[in-house]
Design a protein around this ligand. Sequence first.
Ligand code: NAD
Length: 296
Amino acid sequence: MAVLINNLCVIGTGLIGGSLCLALKEAAAVNTIVGAGRSEETLQKAQQLNIIDSYETDISEAVKDADLIFVSVPLGAMETVFEKISTGLEQAGNTKAIITDAGSSKQLVQQLAEKIFTDISAGGSDRFVAGHPIAGTENSGPAAAFAGLYKDRRVILTPTDETDSDAIKLVTEMWQKTGAAVETMDAEHHDKVLAATSHLPHLIAFGLVHCLENIDDIEDVFRFAAGGFRDVTRIASSDPTMWRDICLNNQQPILDMMKRYKDELDMLYNALEAGDGEKLMEVFQHAKQTRDKFTH
Ligand code: NAD
């Protein structure tokens, strides 16, 4: 049986891109993988780890023969990377390549694709399928990649009415080969949902650790850090560049969620200041019921 993808080009061979490569290799779903990115050292490491078969430091060169291009760089680098992809495909007359990405916010990425992929084989951005795997760890780089990252996880695709149905089909099948379940929604809805479920929790974790940094007993805070502190702050070890870019790329939905959270903290502050145990009990019970319902 023919493999799903003949030539895969992965731009950004870190945790997300590297794990995709390993999963597709394990599933025998790809023939050759060319890596590309900013740092030759990272690409060499990815090759040593058998994540990619070869690499190019010039992104326009790397995409020339690609059937599928997967972009997994920080959101702030997407615009430059898309421009280099567009140039490379046009120079090579590559009219077949399908492009997808892994960026953690989707509306701005879609806008970039529509702005930059105006001429790809005269199909414009139709063969760009925006995507976001809901999987990850707080670690980054190729050494953090592993084949099982996407197993039993969800991947959200946010195609538009213009997106080519064959492109959606290929990207869907690619993710299914990694063991993920694929869902489709519109980009605006995606950005609102992720602001609540992922982006706000990361800001809370970064903010919590940062606010404790300057208290006098910081040594003891970390020495005695028990389950609760560790659970809530694990994700504050995530890559700062990636998270700065996510915040700037999903600004309004995140601000809306932060406002809700600030109001909630104010309410808890007032209840505690007033010694209102009934109010605290009501909130804690509600929160426990809600979380138990969704996690069990
Ligand atoms: P990572 O740091 O592990 O890998 C990023 C890769 O991009 C590296 O190989 C780096 O060399 C390359 N890169 C950085 N800047 C570049 C540039 N200017 N030009 C070309 N290459 C560049 O990061 P990651 O965790 O794999 O995240 C990649 C993307 O996936 C991001 O857009 C992120 O929003 C998204 N994402 C991350 C997670 C997560 O939990 N880590 C989950 C879902 C989606």
